[in-house]
Design a protein. Structure first.
Length: 852
C-alpha cells in the first residue's frame, strides 16, 4: 500500500486481522481497512464477477433490504394502530444481526466489514437530513401559546424521571458489579447505568408528534396538550444532552477544558449566525414568492446547500451530529411556501430510502442473543423507572387541573413513548463510549415494544369524538323559526366564498330571526408538525374588524375574513360573524370542525365538496378533503350540508355578486333529510329576492306518467305529508306567495330524475335535497352501483354530476341523527330513514387556541 506524503514507521498486527499504522506524524490509527480499487464497482455476473465481493453492489443490496423490511413491517403493523417507528425499527432489527444475521452466509454477504463504513456514513447523513426536517416542522411559537398546565407537565416529565432513574441506577450499581457480566466479559458499570437513566428520561417533541400523526390525534385536545408538553420537556432534555455530549467527549479525549469551551463557543456562534443572518435570508426568500405560487427552485437549492454546509461545520467543530441540522431546521420558516416545499421535496426519499439505512445499521449493532438475564434485569429496571417517572410526572398535573381520568392516562402513555430521535441519542452515546453495546441493544429493543404497547392502549381507550358527541339532536327542524340560527361554514378555497355568502344571504337573517355565522378556514398541515387553531380577533382594527394594511396586499386568509366581515356589516347587526383558522392534517381535521360545532351549539354545518374550481380555471380534487367530509357526516353534532359549487366554470368572479333574484329549488322525495332541506327553505321563502320551487318526486306506474295510487301510512310518510301541507299553507298562501311554487313530478327510475333535472337547465341558482333516501324504492333501484360519491346519496350524486356543467350550486342536506355508523372501509353506511309501510319512527375551544 502506497502512503503519499506520510512516512511509514511500523505495522502492528491486531487480534482481528486489521492493522494499526503509525505514520511519520507520530499518530497511531487503531484500525485500518484496505479496499482494492478494482473492488469498488462490479462489471457484472456475465464477466464472472461476484457482486457481493464489491462495495457498490453490496451497498445497493443493503439499501434495498433496509427499505423492504422497514416498509413491510410498517404496513403489516398498521392495522394494529402501530406508529411508523415501531415497524421501521423492527424491520431494521429483523434485517440485522439479531435475526437474519444469525445466518452466517447472510451476514457475510450483506454486512461484510469493508462495506460498513460506507453504510454508516450514508445512514448518518440520512439521519442528519431527517433531523433537519424535524427542525423545519417544529413551531417554536408553541412555547408562547402553552399554558400553565402544559408547562407543569413539561417540566415534571423532565425532572421526575431523571431523578428517579438516576437514584435507582446508583442502587443497582452493586448488583451490576457483582452479578452481571455481559459479552466480551465486560461488566455493566455504574456510569453505564447513569447514562442509561439520563437518555431514557428524555422526551422528544418530534417523536410525540409523529405518534400523534400516525394515531390521527394531532387535532385532538389530547394531541395539543401532548405536543406543547413534549416541546417544553424536549427542549430542556436536549439542551442537557448537548452539553453532556460536548463536555464528556472532550474530557474522555483528554483535550482539556479550553477545547471544550471552544466547541461550546462555536455552537453559540453558529446559532447567532442562523438567527441573525440565515433566518432573515430565508424569510426574504419566502416573501419573494407570490401567494399561492411555488417557491423558486433556486431558493430551494440554497436551503439544501446551507444544510450541507451546516452538516460539514458540525463535524468540523466536533459538535453533536443532531445539533446543527435541527438548529438550521428551526430557522427555516415553517409551512408554505418555503418549509412545505423543502419537506415535500425531501420527506418521502429521506423517510423511506435514507432513514431505513439508519435503522438497518442500528439493527446490525443490536446483539441480544448472548445477553444474560442479569443484564436485562438491571437495564430494564432503570428504563422502567424512567418510564414510571414520566407517567407520574404527567398524571399529577392532569389530576390537579381536573382532566378526565382516561385522558390523563392516554396523555401519560403518549409522553412515555420513544422514537427515532431517542434511538439516535442512544447510538451517539454508544459511539462515544457512554454506554456499552449490551445496554445499547436493550435500550433499542425497548423502543418498539413500549411504543407499540402504549400506542395500542391509547388508540383503544381515547376517542376524541367523545367531547362533541351529542345525546340530543341539533337540527334546523328543532330550531324555532323565529329564533337565532347558528351555522358553521367551512372553507377550503376562496373561490367558493361567493356561493357560500349567497346561501347565507338567502337564509334570510332578520331582526326576529338573527343568524350566527362561524367561519372556519381550513388549511392542510404541510411543512410543519404542529396543528394550529386560531380564533381571529374581531376588534383587530377600527374598520369593522377588517384587515386594512394599505402598505401590503391582504393575504389569502385576510381576503376571506374581510369578505365575511363586510357581509356582517351590510346586515346592520342582524348577522354575527366569528372567523377561525384551522391548520391540520385532513385525517383529523374533522375533530376541530365537530368540536367547534358542538361548542357553538350550531344547528347546521356547511362543508365544501371535495371537487371545486381552482383559481386557474381547472377542476381540482382533494381526496383528503373527501375523507374529512365523510368523517364529519358520521360524527357531526348537528345537521350537515355539503355544498357543491358549480361556480362560474372556473372564471373569476367578485366576492359579492349582487342578485335581484335568487332562484332556489328543493327536490323532495321523502325522509328526514328531505324534511330538513325543506324546513331550511322556510326561512329562504321569506326573502324578498328569493324565488322558491318545491319539486316533489312521486313514483309513477310502469309505462305511464301517472303516479302510483296508494298512500304511505308509515310514520315517515305521515310526517312528510304533514310538512308538505304545512308548507303549502304557510308559504303559498302568505305574503310573497307569488314567489313560491309547488308541483309534483311522476318518475319511474333514476333516468327520469336525470331527464327532469336536465330539462330545467339554467332555471335555478341553488338546488337543495336530502342525502339519504330509501334505496329499495323503485325510483332508486339499480342506481346504487352507479353512484360515484356515496357521501352525497343517490339523488345528490345525480345533482353533483350536472352542477359543474350548468354552473348551479347544489346543497345536499343530512339531518342530525344519533345512530350514524361507518362501514369497515370508513365509508358512510347508506342507512337513511326507513320508508317501509310497517316502519315506525319513534365547552370552550381548546386552550391551545389563540387570538390574532
Amino acid at each position: 500500500m502506497e502512503l503519499a506524503n506520510y512516512e511509514y514507521s511500523k505495522m502492528l498486527p491486531l487480534v482481528n486481522g486489521s492493522s494499526a499504522l503509525t505514520y511519520g506524524l507520530h499518530r497511531t490509527y487503531g484500525k485500518v481497512m484496505c479496499i482494492a480499487e478494482h473492488k469498488l464497482a462490479c462489471k457484472g455476473i456475465f464477466y464472472g464477477d461476484n457482486p457481493f465481493k464489491f462495495v457498490n453492489p453490496v451497498f445497493l443490496a443493503q439499501l434495498t433490504i433496509g427499505s423492504f423490511f422497514t416498509s413491510a413491517c410498517y404496513f403489516l403493523l398498521r392495522p394494529m394502530f402501530q406508529p411508523a417507528i415501531v415497524g421501521q425499527l423492527l424491520g431494521g432489527i429483523i434485517a440485522g444481526s439479531s435475526v437474519l444475521g444469525l445466518n452466517e452466509t447472510y451476514e457475510e454477504l450483506i454486512f461484510p466489514p469493508k462495506s460498513m463504513k460506507l453504510l454508516e456514513t450514508m445512514s448518518l447523513f440520512g439521519c442528519m437530513v431527517f433531523l433537519f426536517l424535524v427542525g423545519v416542522r417544529m413551531d417554536m411559537g408553541i412555547l408562547k401559546r402553552s399554558g400553565s398546565r402544559e408547562w407543569s407537565i413539561g417540566i415534571l416529565t423532565y425532572i421526575l424521571p431523571l431523578l428517579l432513574s438516576i437514584a435507582v441506577s446508583f442502587l443497582l450499581h452493586n448488583y451490576a458489579h457483582e452479578h452481571t457480566q455481559v459479552d466480551n466479559h465486560t461488566d455493566i458499570k455504574s456510569r453505564d447505568l447513569l447514562f442509561v437513566a439520563t437518555f431514557t428520561s428524555m422526551t422528544s417533541f418530534h417523536v410525540i408528534s409523529c405518534i400523534l400523526h400516525d394515531l390521527k390525534l394531532l387535532n385532538s385536545e389530547l394531541g395539543r396538550i401532548a405536543g406543547s408538553s413534549s416541546m417544553i420537556s424536549g427542549m430542556l432534555g436536549w439542551i442537557s444532552i448537548t452539553m453532556i455530549f460536548t463536555i464528556k467527549q472532550h474530557v474522555r479525549g483528554g483535550l482539556g477544558v479550553m477545547t471544550c469551551f471552544k466547541v461550546l463557543i462555536s455552537m453559540v456562534v453558529i446559532v447567532i449566525l442562523m438567527i441573525f443572518i440565515i433566518r432573515p435570508l430565508l424569510t426574504w426568500m419566502s416573501r419573494q414568492t407570490p401567494e399561492g405560487k411555488h417557491i423558486k427552485e433556486s431558493f430551494t437549492i440554497v436551503v439544501f446547500v446551507l444544510l450541507l454546509v451546516c452538516c460539514f461545520l458540525s463535524q468540523l467543530f466536533g459538535q453533536p451530529a443532531f445539533f446543527v441540522p435541527i438548529a438550521l431546521g428551526l430557522v427555516v420558516p415553517d409551512g408554505p411556501p418555503l418549509g412545505s416545499t423543502v419537506v415535500d421535496k425531501t420527506d418521502c426519499f429521506v423517510s423511506y430510502v435514507m432513514l431505513p439505512l439508519y435503522f438497518l445499521v442500528t439493527g446490525e449493532h443490536v446483539y441480544v442473543s448472548g445477553l444474560k438475564a442479569g443484564t436485562w434485569f438491571v437495564v430494564l429496571t432503570v428504563i422502567l423507572t424512567a418510564t414510571l417517572g414520566k407517567f407520574v410526572g404527567t398524571i399529577l398535573p392532569c389530576l390537579y387541573y381536573q382532566m378526565p381520568f382516561k385522558d390523563s392516562i392516554s396523555l401519560a402513555l403518549l409522553l412515555c413513548s420513544l422514537g427515532v430521535v431517542d434511538v439516535q441519542s442512544y447510538t451517539r452515546a454508544e459511539q462515544l463510549g457512554f454506554i456499552n453495546n449490551p445496554s445499547f441493544s436493550i435500550m433499542v429493543m425497548t423502543v418498539p415494544v413500549m411504543t407499540g404497547i402504549f400506542s395500542f392502549i391509547v388508540k383503544t381507550i381515547y376517542d376524541p369524538s367523545r367531547r362533541y358527541m351529542r345525546y340530543r339532536r341539533r337540527t334546523i327542524e328543532d330550531t324555532k323559526r323565529h329564533s337565532e340560527l347558528r351555522i358553521l361554514v367551512c372553507i377550503n378555497n376562496q373561490e367558493s366564498v361567493p356561493a357560500i355568502i349567497n346561501v347565507l344571504e338567502a337564509s334570510n337573517p332578520a331582526k326576529e330571526s338573527p343568524m350566527g355565522v362561524y367561519v372556519l378556514n381550513l388549511f392542510e398541515l404541510v411543512g410543519r408538525a404542529t396543528p394550529l387553531f386560531v380564533a381571529h380577533d374581531r376588534t383587530r382594527s377600527k374598520d369593522n374588524g377588517l384587515f386594512c394594511n394599505y402598505n401590503t396586499r391582504p393575504t389569502y386568509t385576510q381576503r376571506i375574513i374581510n369578505a365575511f366581515r363586510i357581509f356582517e356589516s351590510n346586515t346592520k347587526g342582524i348577522v354575527f360573524v366569528q372567523t377561525y383558522t384551522c391548520i391540520g392534517p385532513y385525517a383529523t381535521m374533522h375533530d376541530d370542525i365537530c368540536t367547534l360545532a358542538a361548542d357553538k351549539c350550531t344547528a347546521f354545518l356547511i362543508l365544501p365538496f371535495h371537487k371545486f374550481w381552482s383559481s386557474e380555471g381547472e377542476l381540482a380534487d382533494s381526496a383528503g378533503q373527501r375523507n374529512m367530509n365523510k368523517q364529519v357526516l358520521a360524527k357531526s353534532p348537528c345537521s350537515v350540508g355539503i355544498l357543491v359549487d358549480g361556480g362560474a366554470n372556473g372564471k373569476p368572479r367578485s366576492i359579492f355578486e349582487s342578485w335581484s333574484s335568487y332562484r332556489i329549488a328543493v327536490i323532495f322525495y321523502g325522509g328526514a333529510d328531505d324534511r330538513e332541506a325543506l324546513i331550511y327553505t322556510y326561512r329562504m321563502a321569506d326573502h324578498p329576492n328569493v324565488k322558491l320551487s318545491v319539486i316533489r318526486l312521486v313514483e309513477a306506474k310502469q309505462g305511464t306518467a301517472s303516479p302510483v295510487d296508494y298512500c304511505d301510512y308509515s310514520m315517515e310518510g305521515k310526517l312528510d305529508g304533514e310538512l308538505i301541507n304545512e308548507f303549502k299553507t304557510t308559504t303559498m298562501l302568505g305574503v310573497g306567495c307569488n314567489r313560491v311554487s309547488y308541483f309534483e313530478e311522476a318518475v319511474t327510475d333514476s333516468r327520469d330524475i336525470i331527464n327532469m333535472i336536465q330539462s330545467k337547465d339554467d332555471c335555478y341558482d341553488l338546488i337543495l335535497t336530502g342525502r339519504r333516501h330509501d334505496n329499495s324504492s323503485q325510483i332508486f333501484k339499480g342506481n346504487t352501483e352507479q353512484i360515484k360519491f356515496p357521501e352525497l346519496g343517490s339523488l345528490g350524486d345525480m345533482l353533483a354530476s350536472i352542477a359543474f356543467k350548468n354552473m348551479v350550486s347544489v346543497l345536499i342536506v343530512q339531518q342530525h341523527t344519533l345512530t350514524e355508523q361507518l362501514n369497515g372501509d370508513g365509508s358512510i353506511k347508506m342507512l337513511g330513514p326507513s320508508l317501509n309501510m310497517d316502519s315506525s319512527r319513534c365547552s370552550n375551544i381548546s386552550s391551545s387556541s389563540i387570538n390574532l
